[in-house]
Design a protein around this ligand. Structure first.
Ligand code: GLN
Length: 490
């Protein structure tokens, strides 16, 4: 096995035993990034010099006998997290030249652990998209088949982890952006309970839905990273006082007696038969490991996508008003007066999908339409939350597909925004409710594309989801499959 296939635990052991140094590990992965990134386009910035410096610092600390869990281990951040003194683009022309004066809490916390950041990862512009095609920096390609999208919006993170450019990466999930690309790239990713991970320094899309989380090849590696990410942060007013936890502690609990609910609504029309079959095999596996399976209903789930596409644009239209061409953003040079400056800078700086969301969001919040759209959507959001509350009175975990289909071809859904929006039909309700959910690999299509299974849990049941996924991964090897990239590199 090559270094780029190692799990965090294996890498840590290697570092502790001095089989290799943090600098050697960093160099190996940087070389792999240089070989594979020109095609995959997963990284928008590679911070080579800074990475080698922090690896050298990690080696010094290791030589002194320090044994931090994540010390010297490589990672990369989705380019939505502000990183002091380095570019943070959020996938947008608007922020092409933006250098943040401070780092996000998540960035600070992982740096404090001694992790080595290799760079910033490509994403849909302002995290709006399901295919990574809205990025100003060009689409990311799926390592399993480079004609296919990696999913989005954390497509760079998913592709980088699947291709072995980094063992773990951060992502964010507003309506599915960790889980959907994780499913399409055959990796594991968890959207934690809302409030677990600080949003400070994470560029806001829809603040009541946005949540950061880890993306890795296994649930165990997700747990290791989440341990360092999750903590109460006084700088984020929605951060939960009990955010921190040890997610490794319960990882090995047996699944005997686990009550699993399978929602009827997740297996209806529009679900690809190969995905349905693979997820069914995954559910059977959980049963084999001692879980009891029952059918449940989430009757309001069919309204999740339309509810989201009122609320998320509404919040986005407000959050994105700060990008005005006056301060740190793109500024148009073709202006005659102040109104022009705002209009032209925003027109030139934002891509089509972002402009569409701002228009929709402004419309649903405007006088006369607010009650009909925004308020109504908030009411439906309550009903969706109630569905989950009722379900979790009966079951511990809800299981279903992460996405309606496997990775689709680049360009396939670009002409039809609604078909793109439907890629998140199984992931969005989770964000509206604020509960945690995880996607893990559970099979492949005939044509060799990964399929993801989704586990949803009650508030603060993040540890249970990681536990179920970990036990499943002890008995199955879908998460160990690797794409066949030009062999021989790194
Ligand atoms: N695909 C959804 C959207 O475009 C969700 C994105 C996300 O979770 N950031 O809004």
């Amino acid at each position: 096995m090559d270094l780029h296939d190692f799990s965090l635990r294996q890498l840590r052991e290697g570092l502790q035993k001095r089989d290799f140094s943090a600098q050697e590990l960093t160099q190996t992965l940087l070389k792999r990034i240089h070989t594979l990134n020109p095609e995959l386009n997963a990284f928008v910035t590679v911070t080579e010099a800074a990475a080698l410096e922090s690896a050298a610092r990690a080696d010094d600390r290791l030589a002194k006998g320090e044994s931090g869990t994540l010390l010297g281990l490589p990672m990369a951040h989705k380019d939505i997290f502000c990183t002091a003194d380095l570019p943070t683009t959020c996938g947008s022309k608007m922020l092409k030249n933006f250098v943040a004066p401070y780092s996000a809490t998540v960035v600070e916390r992982l740096a404090a652990e001694g992790m080595v950041m290799l760079g910033k990862l490509n994403m849909d512009e302002f995290a709006m998209g399901s295919s990574n095609e809205t990025s100003y920096f060009g689409p990311v390609r799926n390592p399993w088949n480079t004609e296919m999208v990696p999913g989005g919006s954390s497509g760079g993170s998913a592709a980088a982890v699947a291709a072995g450019l980094v063992p773990v990466a951060t992502g964010t999930d507003t309506g599915g952006s960790i889980r959907q690309p994780a499913a399409l790239c055959g990796i594991t990713g968890i959207k934690p309970t809302y409030g677990r991970v600080s949003r400070y320094g994470m560029i806001a899309f829809a603040s009541s839905l946005d949540q950061a989380g880890p993306m890795a090849r296994s649930a165990e590696d997700c747990a290791l990273l989440l341990n360092a990410m999750a903590a109460h942060d006084p700088r984020d007013s929605t951060s939960h006082p009990a955010a921190a936890s040890d997610f490794l502690r319960g990882l090995d609990r047996p699944l005997q007696g686990l009550r699993v609910g399978v929602p009827e609504e997740f297996f209806g029309e529009g679900l690809d038969p190969e995905v349905a079959a693979a997820v069914q095999v995954g559910i059977d596996q959980l049963a084999k490991q001692g879980a009891s399976i029952q059918s449940i209903r989430l009757p309001n789930n069919p309204h999740a996508v339309s509810t989201y596409y009122v609320l998320a644009p509404a919040e986005a239209s407000s959050n994105l008003s700060r990008f005005d061409g006056v301060r740190y953003t793109h500024r148009s040079s073709a202006v005659e007066n102040l109104d022009d400056l705002y209009q032209q800078s925003r027109y030139e700086g934002f891509g089509a999908e972002v402009r569409r969301r701002i228009l929709v969001g402004t419309y649903v919040l405007s006088a006369g339409y607010y009650d009909a759209y925004y308020l109504k959507a908030q009411q439906v959001r309550s009903l969706i939350r109630e569905d989950f509350r009722r379900a979790f009175a009966e079951v511990d975990v809800i299981v279903g597909p992460t996405t309606p289909g496997p990775a689709f071809a680049l360009g396939a859904k670009n002409a039809d925004p609604v078909s793109m929006y439907l890629a998140d039909i199984y992931t969005i309700a989770v964000n509206l409710a604020g509960i945690p959910a995880l996607s893990l690999p559970c099979g492949f299509t005939q044509s060799g594309l990964p399929i993801g299974m989704q586990l949803m849990g009650d508030y603060f049941a993040d540890d249970l989801l990681l536990n179920v996924a970990h036990r499943y991964q002890q008995e199955t090897d879908w998460h160990l499959a690797r794409p066949n990239l030009k062999a021989g590199e790194a």
